[in-house]
Design a protein around this ligand. Structure first.
Ligand SMILES: [Zn+2]
Length: 250
């Protein structure tokens, strides 16, 4: 029996409405209803990005329907402090990232495949939260959701080399004669370089490609497979004792 929606422990403790759906809820490209019902979300509040493996972040300042009418929505990241919208990305091996600032209640969502990871799409979300909501990276909580891990993420030399050069040996692997990259390590590298604390990064440690019973996987099942949803809703300011900056030099 698998849970229909997996939480991040850190975001759960912070009281943030969020989650990563599993295939128990079906393909979110087919119908959003089972997910909306299970998650208790109001209908019509979903921010649906037209993910293009780019690096731009959308700042959501209006309700979801107005946003969809006025923007062309070609983004792979979004941030907001509005509590009446649900930020989402769909994935089926790419990395979904959820961000939460306990000081402002602002949130962010990111879709990072190998292209977006290499280009640092997650830094766009961090910058947008900083610029718009005053979020300090060292205070932001980040959840890295289920994605294809290095075990299943085989690439060619044209991808392996830039990963090796940019993120170091920890982000790449050679398995037999095959080249693999580790998208989780690469995204963590960006986050830590930007000032996010390693103890504030939560990895939901499940490979979408290995765990067939839980997830859709593009690499395992091909382009016609379903998609998972990662989602987050802006919350109240949260005073978590886990977040106190003890040990800070200042
Ligand atoms: Zn795997």
């Amino acid at each position: 029996m698998s849970a229909p929606i997996l939480p991040s422990e850190k975001l759960f403790k912070a009281g943030v409405t969020h989650g990563f759906t599993t295939r128990a809820l079906g393909d979110v490209l087919g119908s959003l209803e089972p997910w909306e019902r299970q998650a208790g979300l109001p209908r019509g509040s979903v921010i649906w990005l037209n993910q293009i493996h780019g690096t731009d972040a959308l700042v959501v300042k209006q309700p979801a329907d107005i946003c969809a009418r006025e923007k062309d929505m070609r983004y792979d990241a979004a941030v907001t402090d509005r509590k009446d919208v649900v930020l989402t990305v769909r994935t089926a091996d790419c990395v979904p990232l959820l961000l939460f600032c306990p000081d402002s209640g602002a949130v962010g969502v990111v879709h990072a495949g190998w292209r977006g990871t290499l280009a640092g799409v997650v830094t766009s979300a961090l910058s947008a939260m900083q610029e718009n909501y005053g979020s300090q990276p060292e205070r932001i909580l980040v959840a890295i959701g289920p994605c294809s891990h290095a075990c299943c993420y085989e690439v060619g030399e044209e991808v392996h080399r830039p990963f090796r050069e940019r993120f170091g040996s920890e982000a790449v692997q050679i398995l037999g004669s095959a080249r693999h990259v580790n998208l989780v390590v690469a995204n963590k590298t960006w986050l830590i370089e930007c000032g996010v604390r390693v103890e504030n990064i939560d990895v939901v440690d499940l490979c979408t490609c290995c765990r067939k019973e839980l997830f859709f996987s593009y690499r395992r099942d091909g382009a016609m497979t379903g998609r998972q949803m990662a989602y987050i809703v802006a919350g109240a300011k949260t005073d978590m004792e886990e977040l106190t900056l003890d040990g800070d030099e200042e």
